[in-house]
Write a protein that binds this ligand. Structure first.
Ligand code: ADP
Ligand code: MG
Length: 245
C-alpha cells in the first residue's frame, strides 16, 4: 500500500468517525500481512476493535452522565460482610431483568453498610446493559424540584428525573422532608410508577417513613407505589465507613 492510499484511508476513517481504526490502521495492516490474514479476518479484526472502543467510550460517557458519587462495581462488594444477603437475588438483579419488567429495588440498612455501593453497582450493570441511568439523593432531588416549582419550571425538571430508564434515589430518610417536598417526591414517584424502575435506599424502615415525609397519608401513598412490585434488600451490621474511608 502506498503512502497516498494510506493517507486517503485515514481520511475516510476520520470522516466516518472510526477513530480507533484510524489510530490502529497501520498496525492492523502490518499484523494482517504478517499473519497472512484472509480479507474477512482482517475486516473482522478492524471492526471488532472499533466496536469495542466505541462501546467503552459510550459506557464512560453514560457513567459520567449518571452522576454517581463514586464508581464501584458489584465485583468489589464483599459479601462476607453481608451473610444475610441473598447472593442469588443480587445476581438476578444484576441481570437487569427488573429494569425490563419495570420493577423497583429498595435497599434498607443502617449507615455505612454498603447501600450506596450496591445501588451504584447495579447502576453500572444497567449502563453496561445499554440503559440510561441517573443517580440522585432524595435531598438533592427535592431541592431541585422545589427550586423548579418556585421558578415555574417544574415540568422540565420532573422530566429530568423521568426520562432516564433507571433512577436511583439514595438516602431517603437522612434529612426530614417538608410537606411541599413530600408532595413533589410523590409527584415524581407517581410519574415513574407509570414509566420506569427505580432503586431506592434508606436508613429508615418503612414504618418510619411517615415521619420522614412528615405526613402519614403521603408516606402511605408513596409506599403503595414503591413497594408494590419491589425487590427488597436488607443490609445489616456495623458501618464500614470508619475503617475504609
Ligand atoms: P451506605 O450507603 O450504606 O451508608 P456505602 O455504600 O457508602 O454505605 O459504604 C461505605 C463504604 O464502605 C464505601 O466505600 C463502600 O464501598 C464500603 N463498603 C460497605 N460495605 C461493603 C462491602 N460489603 N464490601 C465492600 N465495600 C463495602
Ligand atoms: Mg449511602
Amino acid at each position: 500500500m502506498n503512502a497516498a492510499q494510506l493517507e486517503r484511508l485515514g481520511e475516510h476513517l476520520q470522516r466516518l468517525r472510526l477513530f480507533k481504526s484510524r489510530e490502529r490502521l497501520e498496525a492492523l495492516l502490518q499484523e494482517a500481512a504478517a499473519k497472512e490474514l484472509s480479507y474477512s479476518d482482517f475486516l473482522d479484526a478492524v471492526l471488532t476493535e472499533e466496536v469495542s472502543a466505541k462501546t467503552a467510550k459510550n459506557i464512560t460517557m453514560r457513567t459520567n452522565l449518571a452522576r454517581f458519587p463514586f464508581v464501584k462495581d458489584l465485583d468489589s462488594f464483599d459479601f462476607g460482610y453481608q451473610p444475610s444477603l441473598d447472593k442469588k437475588q443480587l445476581t438476578e438483579l444484576a441481570s437487569c431483568r427488573f429494569i425490563e419488567h419495570g420493577e423497583n429495588v429498595v435497599i434498607l440498612g443502617p449507615p455505612g453498610v454498603g447501600k450506596t455501593h450496591l445501588a451504584v453497582g447495579l447502576g453500572l450493570k444497567a449502563i453496561s446493559g445499554g440503559y440510561r441511568v441517573l443517580f440522585t439523593t432524595a435531598a438533592s432531588m427535592i431541592a431541585t424540584l422545589t427550586k423548579a416549582l418556585n421558578e415555574g419550571r417544574l415540568e422540565d425538571k420532573l422530566k429530568l428525573y423521568t426520562v432516564p430508564r433507571l433512577l436511583i434515589i439514595d438516602e431517603i430518610g437522612y434529612l426530614p422532608i417538608d410537606r411541599q417536598g413530600a408532595n413533589l417526591f410523590f409527584q415524581l414517584i407517581s410519574r415513574r410508577y407509570e414509566r420506569g424502575p427505580m432503586i431506592l435506599t434508606s436508613n429508615q424502615s418503612f414504618g418510619a417513613w411517615g415521619e420522614v415525609f412528615g405526613d402519614r397519608v403521603i408516606a402511605t401513598a408513596i409506599l403503595d407505589r414503591l413497594v408494590h412490585n419491589a425487590h427488597h434488600l436488607e443490609l445489616k451490621g456495623a458501618s464500614r465507613r470508619k475503617t475504609r474511608d
